[in-house]
Design a protein around this ligand. Structure first.
Ligand code: DGL
Length: 275
């Protein structure tokens, strides 16, 4: 008998909530289990080995709680851990389970939106150093000029609620100026970190109006909907009672308060220790 369970959504912290929100709008009937590794965020400046270990611990925790499908709603984890988890762990230990990332669907969308063919990718140091976006885009859109820029201060500003302070705005403006100085022909910027849409108001005010900003929530929600249409054998393993459960590795009360305001909902999260 196959075990049924929720769809797992994982992020290093709060960022994946921006993806979960859009997924729920698109697929409201499904059950979801969100896990934020807030106690160990940010992942962006950590080594490949550490991000891989942390992500695999999180995925196993979601599998143990009945998830057959897990979305890594985190670019850093998708860039540094997804392929290895798929190749080394799933095929050997969990051939019936699936783990999906956010990079591939985002690159496809970037190519569709740009007219000048000059694009910007803003992400964590880990995602930029992995070169995942350049590598993915080179496969099917080799004519794109890809300008990557790491914004190492943005996730700490978000996790610590400092992004709307004068200091926070200084760092956001500084990074935006740097990427635009690299290439004035950029007409589309991808927020390739799921935390960054939390800054969307600040970013929009600081960027010229003609530059389109792409956030990943809707892109990932569309891509997941399409995946489920093509994979009825996975749909069969997902429960559908419209519930969401939230887990965090940090203090559950602090997480609940912030997640409630982000999701516009009354969230009571549970604490979980990963190891
Ligand atoms: N939100 C994650 C991402 O999309 C990671 C942020 C971090 O922990 O550095 O990359």
């Amino acid at each position: 008998m196959s075990v049924k369970g929720p769809i797992g959504v994982f992020d290093s912290g709060y960022g994946g909530l921006t993806v979960l929100k859009e997924i729920r709008e698109k697929l409201p009937e499904y059950d979801f289990l969100y896990l934020g590794d807030n106690a160990r965020a940010p992942y962006g400046s950590r080594s490949f080995e550490v991000v891989y270990d942390y992500t695999w611990q999180a995925v196993q925790a979601l599998f143990e709680r009945g998830c057959s499908l897990v979305i890594l709603a985190c670019n850093t984890a998708s860039a540094k851990a997804l392929r290895s988890i798929q190749r080394l762990k799933l095929s050997e230990f969990h051939p019936e389970k699936r783990v999906l990332g956010v990079i591939r669907p985002s690159t496809e969308e970037l190519d569709k939106h740009t007219k000048t063919k000059h694009v910007g990718v803003l992400a964590t140091e880990g995602t930029i150093r992995s070169n995942s976006y350049e590598i993915e885009l080179a496969k099917f859109a080799p004519d794109l000029v890809v300008n990557q820029h790491a914004c190492p201060m943005w996730v700490p500003l978000i996790e610590n609620n400092q992004f709307d302070t004068p200091g926070g705005i200084y760092f956001i403006q500084n990074d935006l100026t740097q990427i635009l100085n690299k290439d004035p022909k950029i007409d589309t910027i991808l927020l390739a970190c799921t935390h960054y849409p939390i800054l969307i108001e600040q970013i929009r005010k600081l960027l010229p109006a003609q530059i389109e900003i792409l956030a990943q929530g809707k892109i990932v929600a569309e891509s997941l909907t399409d995946y489920l249409k093509r994979h009825p054998e996975i749909v069969e393993k997902c429960t559908r009672n419209s519930t969401v459960t939230y887990m965090t590795t940090e203090n559950a009360l602090i997480f609940s308060e912030k997640a409630s305001s982000m999701m516009n909902d009354d969230i009571v999260a549970e604490h979980l220790t990963l190891h």
